[in-house]
Write a protein that binds this ligand. Structure first.
Ligand code: CA
Length: 459
């Protein structure tokens, strides 16, 4: 067998499993010289432009191909200095020719061993580069927008599955909670309404917070999480919503189908809100996300099924963007709330001189139906929620043993001091909302999404 073809065969055997496809130029072989070229299947670098390691890898492969060609060229020159490969292929007829052939075979054996080592090294580099490419893409590729910018503004109109593999949102790294959700439901059962305690009443007790989810990125230091007390299909009472509100351009609304998904931090879908949301005052009610738009006193209802803004309305005179926040700050000037009677907004105005103002809203039009002005200074309390038409405030967002310290009853127009223990377990409560269907307080306490069972007493 001619040295050239033997080498070619060896090379093909060596590289047949590791690189694809390999090719040898037959025309070149017929002329006594083979040219090798290799291509390597890219690990999907098309989606990300920074695959510098992929270029490096290809450069290495090209260099190796050149070395192989050079090797073949030298071998061909040594084995057949004066004869064509076809003549060389004839049976050797002299001892000298036999000696040349044996030496050529010996060199080929040595080359084979060296090529095997190079091949192994190449495979190792290929695997390493593939891993590095995957890591770079996960770390640097921007999140893939769902549809066109127009879709982002107006909604795609259909529920598309969320593929966590394509997104590297830090929110996807949320830690799994320590206790299975089924245990949590049992533990919080005493706080749920039952036949004995299903009606409205006065808040008399707040239980210990139970962790339902946890964020492990700075984006989730504060935020808002919600369930719709009156869900509209296809959503259910189990559908859970979350917005991480750290940052100036907050538009991502995470949708989770159930408690387990929520606890794992893997959303079923991410909605991109057409308008940026400000602060932690949003609520979900009757199929809509109600929220305050960034740097404005405009409220918006985002239709969760239609994925578009259904209605917008300004709250006349409402302070915003740091004018009348809660003591925590965080632009908590305008706080929405839901209770057994419907949708509310908690805010203040210049006319009220920073005292809490309450307005009942029409959920369809966002028109104000009625307004109450309290004597509770908004910046002196950490947060507020409404149960059965009564506003309650929390004394501190950071001390561990805080209290529910005031109430204001819209039925009588009177307020009174209270001292119901409220535990700030993680000492940074940025949002508190009452959920009348769950009969719990939902709160966001320094990366932790917690719920507090409550008890109401009939007056
Ligand atoms: Ca609130």
């Amino acid at each position: 067998m001619p040295g050239t073809r033997l080498l070619l065969l060896l090379l093909l055997l060596l590289f047949g499993g590791g690189l694809a496809p390999g090719a040898a130029d037959d025309d070149g072989a017929a002329a006594g010289r083979c040219t090798y070229s290799f291509t390597v299947a890219s690990p999907g670098e098309a989606g990300c432009p920074e695959a510098g390691d992929g270029r490096e890898l290809r450069a290495e492969l090209a260099a190796l191909a050149a070395r192989l060609s050079l090797l073949e060229s030298r071998e061909a020159g040594a084995a057949a200095p004066a004869q064509s490969p076809r003549v060389q292929s004839a049976r050797p007829s002299t001892p000298a020719a036999c000696g040349d052939l044996l030496r050529a075979v010996s060199r080929l054996e040595e080359d084979k061993g060296r090529l095997e080592r190079e091949k192994e090294e190449l495979r190792r580099r290929l695997e390493s580069s593939a891993r590095e490419l995957a890591r770079l893409r996960a770390a640097r590729c921007p999140p893939r927008a769902r549809g066109s910018p127009r879709d982002a503004l107006h909604g795609s109109g259909q529920a598309s599955p969320w593929d966590p593999q394509t997104i590297d949102y830090q929110e996807l790294k949320s830690a799994r909670m320590e206790v299975p959700a089924s245990h949590l439901l049992e533990e919080t059962a005493p706080g749920r309404p039952d036949a004995e305690d299903s009606g409205c009443g006065e808040l008399v007790w707040v239980g210990e917070p139970v962790v339902f989810g946890q964020a492990d990125s700075i984006a989730g230091k504060y935020g808002v999480w919600m369930k719709d007390p009156e869900p509209v299909p296809p959503f259910t009472r189990a559908t859970t919503w979350r917005v991480d509100t750290v940052g100036t351009e907050v538009r991502q609304l995470f949708q989770y189908d159930d408690a387990e998904q929520f606890s794992k931090g893997y959303p079923a879908k991410v909605h991109i809100l057409p308008r940026a949301l400000e602060s932690t005052g949003a609520v979900v009610f009757r199929g809509g996300l109600y929220f305050q738009q960034r740097r404005s006193r405009l409220l918006a209802k985002y239709d969760l099924q239609g994925e578009a803004i259904a209605v917008e309305k300004e709250i006349p005179g409402a302070g915003y963007h740091g004018q009348y926040p809660y003591s925590w700050g965080g632009y908590t000037d305008i706080d929405l709330a839901v209770d057994e009677t419907g949708l509310w907004v908690i805010y203040s105005t210049e006319k009220a001189k920073g005292a809490i103002v309450l307005s009942k809203l029409d959920p369809e039009t966002l028109e104000i139906q009625r307004t109450w002005e309290t004597n509770i200074r908004k910046q002196s309390v950490a947060n507020a929620f409404i149960i059965c038409g009564v506003l309650y405030t929390i004394s501190s967002y950071t001390v561990p043993n805080a209290t529910v310290n005031f109430s204001y009853d819209t039925a009588t127009g009177t307020s009174r001091p209270l001292s119901i223990p409220f535990e700030n377990r993680y000492q940074y409560v940025s949002m508190v909302d009452y959920n009348p269907a769950e009969r719990q307080l939902f709160a966001w306490d320094s990366f932790h999404m917690v719920a507090y069972p409550v008890r109401l007493a009939r007056a």
